[in-house]
Design a protein around this ligand. Sequence first.
Ligand SMILES: Nc1ncnc2c1ncn2[C@@H]1O[C@H](COP(=O)(O)OP(=O)(O)OP(=O)(O)O)[C@@H](O)[C@H]1O
Length: 270
Amino acid sequence: MSIPALDLSHVTLTRGGQTVLKDISFSVPPGSFVGVLGANGAGKTTLFRGLLGLEPAQGGVICVNGVSVRRGNRSIGYMPQMRKLIGGQLSGWSMVAAARRGECWGLPWCGAKGRKSVQAALEAVDALDLARKPVATLSGGQRQRLLLAQALLDDPTLLLLDEPLASLDPARMRETALRIHTLARSRGMTVLMSAHDINPLLGLMDHVLYLARGKALLGKVEDVLTTEALTALYGAPVDVVRAGGRVFVVAEGGGAILQPHECVGGHTHA
Ligand SMILES: Nc1ncnc2c1ncn2[C@@H]1O[C@H](COP(=O)(O)OP(=O)(O)OP(=O)(O)O)[C@@H](O)[C@H]1O
């Protein structure tokens, strides 16, 4: 049997002194594409930080590719949430190059090997045309492609993407999700992608990881995204409604549980 890409056993994670995820256990097979869902504050970012060794587990064990979690693990690529403009007057190339780890930190022009890996990462996300442009002049979606290129620099086997679809319009959301899925499959990478709208990920996910009330539920989409499973997870009535090929998770009374941070184009969300 292959070693899980991720294995969490009875893990508790805190943020700012507050317990965010409590006694969670799940295992992700290598090469899986996992959608990480949950309302605002459910703990998606906290989980990613735990996997990166940035938030030490208060209990339990986290293993990445069979090895206990540690900071600076080069086999993990991380794309953080993009809340504000990053990069400024740097060119796209420099922004990606500045993320090279170790000996090249802050020296984007160093070495043929460094240049090659920056070039490969830009190519992988179809962003070579952004290499010379100042980041400040790019759209949100273009900057997100550069962030994704950064995350790919060390040829990771596990990619953690924190809301890479936020701020994209619906068509771009689907296009970006497909791009990442294709890239992951071609490299055999395991992907955990957090999202506020499950719909752009439908048909792509091998598993969904749903976070609520400090708990985590991992399983096939058809097993997790059900009224019964989510009602049990939330400990309160929740409806999973399927309409027009889309899925909506709503609380009793009709309020949407999963909400996008920002939405371009007036899109209704699950
Ligand atoms: N820097 C911080 N210091 C203290 N508490 C924090 C910090 N960041 C987040 N938290 C708290 O930790 C909890 C989990 O937040 P987290 O960012 O992991 O959730 P999330 O699911 O990623 O949310 P969102 O969908 O809004 O990004 C929340 O209660 C939040 O208020």
